[in-house]
Write a protein that binds this ligand. Structure first.
Ligand code: CP
Length: 306
């Protein structure tokens, strides 16, 4: 397969809505098989390289455990232990890894680095979170909603908080999965207007209450993502009033769900107790990272490569 032919997953827009739906459904199926103790190892002798330039708990463990459960192997690569940390060009690393492994995932602050890596790679590249998008998280979020409430198409979703990579990914998800998205972000922290304009079912609203009212799903994220730690004091002030608590969830529909990609800061974007509210699907959402990422690996290595 040539460089140009390999499929990548840098954002949700790299897959068609039908492909995304099939990956979500497959995640649900792989979860059932896993819970039934069925051995399913289609990726024997396949290797995933995992480049983490930022910290991770869920993404790393889900990919590493997922690859192992599928019969393959994963290699953790940090900049401190590789030549990437000493300035080897990312394109050179992509060419070399393409000859040694079957799939690569990258987490980095610069989305352009992932695009450069993918352009030089002859094996599939997965965005494991960048400054722009976190598409793997959306697979797990949609899987969780479908498991709990059925189809997400046509539903009302509220995103409350920073217009950053998770918000951007929800904008793409609204377009690809066909739900309506209302976004409440403080002035100065709103998502990219061009991205908002790219989807006709996304609306910026003036307050968290307006977003949450009659929603089927309420989503929030940290006020200071990785790379924004220096701005914490300024952000805490800007985001005051954007905390999701029981009163805010009460504005949503009776059977609304709450999601957060984690890690969370109780007392900031979420109240001390809301993550353990019966409406919270947060722990199921985190667990589904495993199953949805297994479905993604299977799709890239088996379905999309034939
Ligand atoms: N939500 C998420 O990506 O978690 P980690 O940063 O722990 O991987």
């Amino acid at each position: 397969m040539t460089v140009n032919e390999s499929r990548h997953f840098l954002s949700l827009l790299d897959f068609s809505p039908e492909e995304l739906g099939s990956v979500v459904d497959r995640g649900i199926e792989l979860k059932r098989l896993h819970h039934e103790g069925v051995l399913y190892e289609p990726l024997k002798n396949r290797t995933l390289a995992m480049i983490f330039q930022l910290s991770s708990t869920r993404t790393r463990v889900a990919f590493e455990a997922g690859m192992q459960q599928l019969g393959g192997h994963a290699i953790f690569l940090s900049p401190d232990d590789t030549q990437l940390g000493r300035g080897e060009p990312i394109e050179d690393t992509a060419r070399v890894l393409s000859g040694m492994v079957d799939v690569v995932m990258i987490r980095t602050t610069k989305h352009a680095d992932i695009e450069a890596f993918a352009a030089a790679s002859s094996v599939p590249v997965i965005n494991a979170m960048s400054s722009r998008f976190h598409p793997c998280q959306l697979l797990a979020d949609v899987q969780t909603f479908v498991e709990r409430r059925g189809e997400i198409a046509g539903r009302e979703v509220a995103f409350i908080g920073d217009g950053y990579n998770m918000c951007n990914s929800y904008i793409n998800a609204a377009r690809q999965f066909g739900f309506n998205l209302r976004i409440a972000s403080p002035e100065g922290f709103q998502p990219d207007p061009q991205l908002v304009a790219s989807s006709n079912n996304v609306q910026l609203v003036d307050s968290p209450a307006e977003a949450a009212r009659d929603a089927d799903l309420v989503v929030t994220d940290v006020w200071s993502s990785m790379g924004h730690e220096q701005e914490q004091a300024r952000r805490r002030e800007a985001f005051s009033g954007y905390q999701v608590d029981a009163a805010m969830l009460d504005l949503a529909n009776d059977d609304a769900l709450l999601m957060h990609c984690l890690p969370a800061h109780r007392g900031q974007e979420v109240s001390e107790t809301i993550m353990d509210d019966p409406r919270s699907a947060i722990w199921q959402e985190a667990g589904n990272r495993l199953h949805s990422q297994k479905a993604l690996l299977e799709f890239l290595l088996l379905t999309a490569s034939v």
